[in-house]
Design a protein around this ligand. Structure first.
Ligand code: ADP
Length: 753
């Protein structure tokens, strides 16, 4: 059997996802691999498929007991003989497992790194044929990361002791260069095939909300998503207790998890959550490592975490099954203060020198700042995340809160000028609080202590509220007009670019979300898109409920989490195809041979009963689209409904109101008015400009510290030209205009063939 056969037979998938095949082929050719892929991308398949094709055993080193258990359960369900060996087993269980393993009973064995050193394990390893050694969560090897595991350093010694070096495959979701280097070096990978897939988790929708009452927001959200499983992360145990209590008072089956609970209670709550007995988990960040629950539909952060690293890891626990899921961060200014306090009072490693402690503190401060900017930015949230992790040039994603939000633009160039002058007048000595307080003309004790009322700038922005001044400062930081010192004081500094603002050459536009009252409706539209009800009609949903009931029944019988039996995606696909016989059932995504043998007939029976043997249409639209929506690979996904990228039909394009000249934002506005708003996403001015740049018609360059747009020769020939534009406050600056010819060209780009 070849790799495709294995993929279908054991895992029930028709096709590989991006990158999987490359790694599998390399392994099969005997070449080491390093796969850096985000959570949910499908790393396990990359070593499990070759493990089944290689002659000997595959050892998988994994740091977490719960993760091992989950993986082994899933493999056995799929009909692959696998076992784990870790401290959750007794000595005699371990000996038995090793005996069976030596007798060739298992193809894949998960083992904790500490185990490699033991005499018994080594004896076993020397007896058997080990074809591959897989290092999961390989970043644990790096002392730079937060999850360093000393046990991982033992792996290489273990490999050296083996009679024959097996092929080594390493996997992680952490992408920094340092970690990547560490993995390759410490594991001694030989010319590895490295694959870094993008960090983007396309199925996740990101949002930052600042509700006046976080509790109210959470209650409403959870109620609106009663069918779904979700995690609510809180910064403190106390918050966990109160939020969980309130949810329960509303009749919601929520459980809690934090370090203050006893072991047994924690274990029980975790299990109730994983087994879908209680769909909502309220927890501190102590919860989640090694939780592989694939159908978490939302992760809400009740408080802002300390870093983007933490945030992306925690939020990333949503949607591991690649289904649409939401990551919502509830921000309040107080979160920053709490985190700063936590950083300042963090327990220090006694082995660190004073300098190292200072370095770590600075790094933490820096991370907290980046996290805070995430909460403040009015730009695309996904773009922000990806940039933070070193990926550039994605542009707007149209699948985050900020891209969906409409903004009001106010020219605040003058205020920005006063902020810059104020900072300079104070000789760049203060952070955001003192600066904003000084400009607003406040008179707090601390401000008096610094004597800020002596400055000319004192109260120069008193027409604004202090919070408004802070928001403008935050925006100026994101735009690079200001920066902060790299220490815990985060002193505001003026950059070279700020000069252009003072000279009136650069406008500063403050983007504010339009009406706050739209928040809920917008959110609802975006979350409504996630649901299976977009694919299945009412009859389909009824069938889904029946299949789900069967899945729960089987899960109880077998003491397995339901998602290990079949994922939601598999059930939806079953409803779309409504198979009546084995051959048809085998085409459902996620139904492999073994799963069919175990459960296929029971599911067929429910479908036969429901349909009476006559298949009807249980989905919206045409079958091909419905099948594609539930189908395996992300790459096969069709965009449906509201998610389709911007396009115009011929008729719509003909209705375009051509004019003598438009700015790019005006062009976008006119185009958006023509589109079918229910089906098609908006296009932004930035996106149009990106395409214009891509085709070489125009670009941006820095000149004397000012960002300037320019038009190329072909751009001019196509009807683009530079013209002066007046900001609301009367400052002039250059921008690109598009004449009728250029408008025709751009409208043509937008037409769907
Ligand atoms: P990771 O370890 O990268 O976080 P997993 O290996 O847990 O991701 O895979 C995430 C989900 O994607 C699982 O439900 C897995 O079964 C599914 N999956 C992996 N590869 C494929 C594929 N080729 N086709 C369809 N589903 C896949």
């Amino acid at each position: 059997m070849d790799k495709y056969g294995i993929l279908k037979k054991y895992f029930g998938y028709p096709d590989f996802r991006e990158g999987q095949e490359l790694l599998i082929d390399s392994i099969l050719q005997g070449r080491d691999v390093l796969g850096i892929m985000p959570t949910g991308a499908g790393k396990s398949i990359c070593y499990q498929v070759p493990a089944l094709l290689l002659p000997g055993i595959t050892l998988v080193i994994s740091p977490l007991i719960s993760l091992m258990k989950d993986q082994v359960q899933a493999l056995n369900q799929a009909g692959v003989h696998a076992a784990y060996i870790n401290s959750s087993l007794s000595e005699s269980q371990i000996s038995r497992a090793l005996r069976l393993a030596a007798a060739g009973q298992y193809k894949i064995i998960y083992v904790a790194p500490e185990r490699l050193e033991t005499y018994e394990f080594l004896q076993f390893a020397l007896q058997v044929d080990i074809s591959m050694l897989t290092v999961d969560e390989a970043h644990c090897i790096s002392q730079w990361g937060q999850d360093f595991r000393p046990g991982y350093l033992k792996i290489i010694q273990f490999i050296r002791r083996l009679k024959r070096r097996p092929v080594i495959s390493a996997f992680t979701a952490t992408a920094t260069e340092k970690v990547k280097e560490d993995i390759a070096c410490v594991l001694g990978l030989i010319q590895p095939q490295v694959l870094v897939t993008g960090f983007d988790r396309k199925n996740l929708y990101f949002a930052v909300e600042t509700p006046p009452k976080k509790d109210v927001f959470v209650m409403q959200y959870v109620k609106e998503h009663q069918e779904d499983s979700g995690i609510i992360y809180c910064a403190t145990r106390k918050n966990v207790e109160t939020v969980c209590e309130k949810l329960r008072a509303q009749g919601i089956a929520a459980v809690k998890y934090h370090a203050g609970l006893g072991n047994e209670e924690r274990r029980q709550n975790q299990e109730d959550f994983i087994y879908d007995v209680c769909p909502v988990m309220v927890a501190t960040n102590a919860f989640g490592m090694g939780i592989d629950k694939s159908n978490v539909r939302y992760v809400i952060h009740y408080n802002m975490p300390q870093s983007m690293e933490n945030y992306y890891q925690e939020a990333g626990r949503a949607g591991r099954d690649a289904e649409r899921s939401e990551c919502i961060l509830l921000y309040s200014a107080q979160d920053v203060a709490v985190n700063r306090y936590l950083i300042e009072n963090k327990e220090q490693n006694p082995e660190h020198t004073w300098e190292e402690i200072e370095q770590i503190r600075e790094r933490d401060e820096e991370r907290l700042r980046a996290m805070t900017y995430y909460c403040m930015t009015t730009g695309c949230l996904r773009e922000y995340i990806l940039r933070y992790f070193g990926e550039i040039g994605h542009g707007r994603c149209e699948n985050c809160r900020n891209c969906a939000r409409e903004y009001e633009e106010t020219d605040v160039t003058q205020a920005a000028g006063k902020i810059i002058s104020g900072i300079i007048e104070c000789r760049q000595r203060y952070g955001i609080n003192v600066t904003a307080g000084m400009l607003a003309g406040e008179s707090r004790a601390k401000l008096r202590e610094y004597g800020v009322s002596e400055y000319e700038s004192y109260g120069s922005l008193k027409e604004l509220r202090e919070t408004e001044i802070k928001t403008i400062i935050q925006q100026m930081l994101t735009e690079g007009l200001l920066t902060t010192s790299n220490d815990k004081y985060a002193i505001l500094k003026v950059t070279a670019e700020a000069d252009a603002v003072l000279r009136g050459n650069r406008p500063v536009i403050w983007k504010r979300p339009k009406a706050q009252m739209n928040q809920n409706t917008e959110r609802r539209t975006s979350s409504a898109r996630l649901r299976k009800s977009d694919i299945l009609n009412s009859k389909g949903l009824e069938l889904f409920d029946r299949l789900r009931a069967l899945r729960t029944e089987i899960a109880r019988e077998e003491s397995m989490p339901p998602y290990i039996i079949f994922s939601d995606k598999t059930l939806v696909d079953m409803c779309v195809r409504a198979p009546l016989e084995k051959r048809e059932m085998m085409q459902v995504t996620g139904v492999g041979e073994n799963k069919y043998k175990r459960y296929g007939e029971r599911f067929l029976a429910v479908i036969a009963d429901y349909t009476g043997g006559v298949r009807q249409k249980y989905y919206f639209g045409d079958e091909a689209a419905a099948v594609a929506q539930t189908a395996a690979g992300q790459k096969n996904r069709v965009q449906k409904g509201k998610e389709a990228d911007f396009y115009l039909t011929n008729e719509q394009a003909q209705a375009f109101p051509f004019a003598e000249k438009y700015l790019v934002v005006e062009l976008a506005e006119k185009l958006n008015e023509l589109r079918d708003a229910d089906m098609v996403k908006k296009i932004s001015g930035a996106e149009i400009f990106r395409r214009v740049q891509e085709k070489g018609y125009a670009g941006e360059k820095m000149e004397d510290g000012i960002r300037k747009k320019y038009v190329t020769r072909t751009g001019q020939e196509s009807g683009l030209f530079l013209g002066m534009r007046l900001s609301k406050k009367g400052t002039e600056y250059e921008d690109i205009y598009y004449n009728e010819k250029a408008q025709e060209m751009i409208v043509a780009w937008m037409k769907k063939e």
